[in-house]
Design a protein around this ligand. Structure first.
Ligand SMILES: [Zn+2]
Ligand SMILES: [Zn+2]
Length: 387
């Protein structure tokens, strides 16, 4: 049935965007008009309570819909992969923050990163960690995920239930972002990028020391050390860790520059950096450390360096064959996702009675949890893994 825009009910005409009036929303969509969105009220206080203890989890507060994870009680999506009226964004990585939605809610520190990724005219609403805001009949709040600057878990409370969607997260300390907060909940939607027992991270400082040793070795051999790492998160974390060990100036591929500046603007301490492109043409860069997106390492850009050794910093480097297959001289095991012990600790720490697993080795995790009496299930999303 097609409704005309004139036939909207009174409730929707108030433009509050809160009315759970399916008929009105349907009419707007059918008439090709956008569904109104509301700004959240200014709310005070932060969440400190424990999970509600409803006796059974029968309903799905958040479910998998065509555009992504959807909360009907609040009429919003989390990290949708198609444009939607209201999107709550966990962090600024491209598989989680996609252009085209009418309104985005994200942590305040994510806003400059989202503006860089989505364009200056994206309609962004910044939220502090722990600040509760109401969407529909749901209370929503963002909490640190420890993944990258501004990354957040989404806590949703409605109908006597608490659900938490983790987004991407890690449990290791990271000097460039707020540390992960364990949130009690009824249902925990967890990422599962490295959900295999083989993935166990070593202390980050040890990995940073390995990078320094490799850099020193390259310098002694008259080589440039070109380290492939993701431009948002991994590069800044590496810089901060190297800086803490007393590293000097690091050179950057052009793709690394915007996020490094955004991190600095947010007050994150990083060692001095300079762009490779600012160095004099033909200048021998032997002895320098260069950070570049992994995709740049096999391209003509590398001709800039006379003799180079290549490295790659990623959780995938835990598996030896991956380094050889991708043609890097060195692999450094460093991930912004949780390892297997961190994942299991987190799931148990939330006290969730049901766990839904997205992107990664979901089947192994589901089986492991089921064997321990935790109801678990995989959700097939269009979210990616670690780059
Ligand atoms: Zn991510
Ligand atoms: Zn992800």
């Amino acid at each position: 049935m097609l409704y005309s825009a004139d036939a909207l009910c009174q409730k929707l005409l108030c433009q509050c965007g809160l009315c759970q009036c399916a008929h009105g929303r349907l009419a707007l969509r059918a008439a090709g008009r956008s569904v109104p969105v509301r700004q959240p009220p200014q709310v005070a206080g932060s969440y400190t309570g424990s999970a509600r203890t409803s006796t059974a989890v029968n309903t799905a507060l958040i479910q998998l819909a065509a555009a992504g994870l959807y909360c009907a009680a609040g009429d919003f999506h989390i990290d949708p992969w198609r444009p939607v009226p209201r999107a709550v964004i966990t962090h600024a990585h491209s598989d989680h923050a996609r252009a085209g939605s009418a309104l985005y809610f994200a942590h305040l520190d994510s806003l400059p990163l989202l503006r860089w990724r989505l364009g200056a005219d994206a309609n962004l609403q910044g939220v502090a960690y722990g600040e509760r805001f109401r969407l529909g009949r749901a209370w929503v709040s963002l909490h640190p995920a420890g993944h990258v600057l501004g990354s957040a878990q989404v806590r949703v409370e409605a109908d006597d239930e608490v659900w938490v969607a983790s987004g991407d997260y890690k449990r290791d300390a990271d000097p460039t972002c707020a540390g992960f907060e364990v949130l009690p909940c009824d249902t925990f939607i967890t990422e599962a990028t490295f959900a295999l027992p083989v993935y166990r991270w070593r202390p980050t400082a040890d990995v940073a020391r390995e990078v320094l040793d490799w850099w020193r070795g390259c310098a002694e051999r008259g080589e440039v050390a070109v380290l492939g790492c993701y431009a948002l998160g991994k590069a800044q974390r590496l810089l901060a860790e190297l800086g803490a060990l007393g590293a000097g100036r690091v050179l950057l591929h052009g793709a690394m520059l915007p996020a490094v500046e955004i991190y600095r603007d947010a007050g994150v301490q990083l060692p001095p950096t300079a762009a490779v492109s600012e160095q004099a043409k033909g200048m021998d860069l032997a002895g320098e450390l260069v950070l570049a997106p992994p995709s740049a390492l096999g391209t003509p850009w590398m001709r800039r360096f006379k003799r180079a050794s290549t490295g790659f910093a990623s959780g995938w480097m835990q598996v030896r064959g991956n380094r050889r297959r991708r043609g890097f001289d060195r692999g450094f095991v460093l991930s912004d996702h949780t390892d297997w012990p961190g994942l299991i600790d987190t799931v148990i720490g939330t006290g969730a009675r049901r766990v839904l697993a997205t992107h990664g080795s979901t089947d192994v995790l589901v089986r492991y949890l089921a064997e321990r009496g935790i109801e678990a299930q995989a959700l097939k999303t269009e979210l990616g893994g670690e780059n």
